[in-house]
Design a protein around this ligand. Sequence first.
Ligand code: 5CA
Ligand code: ZN
Length: 421
Amino acid sequence: MKSWSTPAPRALPVQPDRLRVFDTATQALRHPGNDARTASLYVCGITPYDATHLGHATTYVSFDLLQRYWLAAGLEVAYTQNVTDVDDPLLERAEAMGVDWRELAREQTDLFRSDMEALNVLAPDHYVGATEAIDLVVRAVEAMLEGGTAYRVPGTDGEPDGDVYFDSAAAQARGGWTLGSVSAMDRAQMEEVFPERGGDPGRPGKRDPLDPLLWRVHREGEPAWDGGALGSGRPGWHIECSAIAREHLPAPFTVQGGGSDLRFPHHEFSAAHATAVDGRPLAHTFLHSGMVALDGQKMSKSLGNLELVSRLRARGVEPVAIRAAILDRHYRSDWEWSEDLLTAAEERVARWRSALDGPHADAGAAVLAAAHTALSEDLDAPAALRVLDTWADGTLDGLSATAEPLPVADVVDALLGLRLR
Ligand code: 5CA
Ligand code: ZN
């Protein structure tokens, strides 16, 4: 589907790639990828309703920072993102609102795109809806059935024959993946979160309660697509991202990203499915952004405790201030959105802007070096913003060193995505 469009960041003097990020799978800081010239990124996209709340925005701004770091280091970046434009929560919401689910998805995806443009989030090269990836999913599920890592579940009361599930035990026996190797969770933790995040541990006929759904055969009143030998139906959730990533990115790609609510089961099984199909790991490094809360609880569509980017924009809040508020929290921390954070960010943006009229407006080389160093250590954006504060105060090291004039406004825009002008 159509992506959005953001101006390409200005080319900066190339910085060394010294990036280390915290990989969920190994629970350690590591340099993502082995390739000095290219990097590839998949970030799990929205399920299009109640977009774009500040939690979503934080996740996409966090991974935008990663892409901007790579670009500043001279790497060529391939970026793919999905839209879960058919899934239970979307269908349920559309039903509750009395609207067509396709219409709801279209409208919310449009709103998301305009919010991403406003927040200066670089667009993915491939922006792919689940409904556009049915063939890819069907082929992958067929391959798993043939390879013995998927099985059909017989019908029970009210459930038809033929739903296809992933066989976790068989996939582990084949090698290349073990349960928990991506999420770094133990069995008890996995069992706790599985039902909260779309899993159905109690479905009769499953070989392991944690086995996830791959293909849901058609039910009366639900949308369905031709699934060839699978029968008419629709995709499970994890196979959607697995198949889209495999189609559009190298195997393995550099970084799989999303919020920490996707560690398990989503990223665990997206990776497991890919390996079950072709024997290769899905991604080199797994990065998870923290959860943003409001009123003491994780901001979520189902709870309804939301602050929307579009609502703030309609109120006249500048997107650059929203972005600055987001960047002032480390991407891995859980934090709570508040009006005070926004006010502080607005004041800071105003200070940076007035410094652009001061004597150090062209000291971009010093700002770039210091901010890039801050980002190298697990994308420490709060430290990068403090670099801007010291620049504005005139106390940043290296301000008086002679270097080619480089507009600070351009550095801040390209590296941090903050449009001060
Ligand atoms: N469509 C799936 C991913 S394939 C999904 O999780 N959609 S979502 O709309 O629920 O979330 C979109 C992205 O925002 C995901 O990466 C998710 O991890 C992230 N996210 C959702 N809620 C929050 C939150 N409160 N704080 C931070 N990130 C969040
Ligand atoms: Zn996903």
